[in-house]
Design a protein around this ligand. Structure first.
Ligand SMILES: [Zn+2]
Length: 122
């Protein structure tokens, strides 16, 4: 098994801070676009950006926690929290995806009902 290099926490933290900065700007632009367009597609994209920011904060916390030295409670160190962060991000993305799918199907069915009722009225 190859021995890995020690984790450079400082560069990872810097990277995540930049990700947070640009994610926040992108999210604000998407919410502004949704505000003016009222588009469901843009809203779902903006919500995905919100999830991106939440998971980035958790990733940032996990990096700080993972950098702690081993102690009596955690004799193998604290690095495994990064796997928890990955699982958390996956769960949030899955949940957001399910919400977007349900919302899209509801809007589609609502649109179908409107068209049907208009067609029936003729
Ligand atoms: Zn500990």
């Amino acid at each position: 098994m190859r021995k890995t290099a020690p984790i450079n926490i400082k560069s990872k933290v810097t990277a995540i801070r930049w990700v947070l900065f640009f994610s926040f700007i992108i999210m604000m632009v998407k919410f502004a676009a949704w505000y003016f367009s009222k588009s469901g597609a843009i809203l779902s994209d903006a919500l995905e950006s919100l999830i991106n920011i939440a998971t980035s904060f958790f990733a940032l916390y996990s990096l700080f926690y993972a950098s702690k030295l081993r102690d009596a409670d955690h004799p193998y160190g604290h690095g495994k929290i990064e796997y928890l962060a990955v699982g958390f991000e996956g769960a949030l993305i899955f949940g957001t995806g399910m919400y977007i799918i349900i919302n899209a199907v509801q809007h589609f069915l609502l649109l179908m009902n409107c068209r049907t009722s208009i067609w029936v009225s003729f």
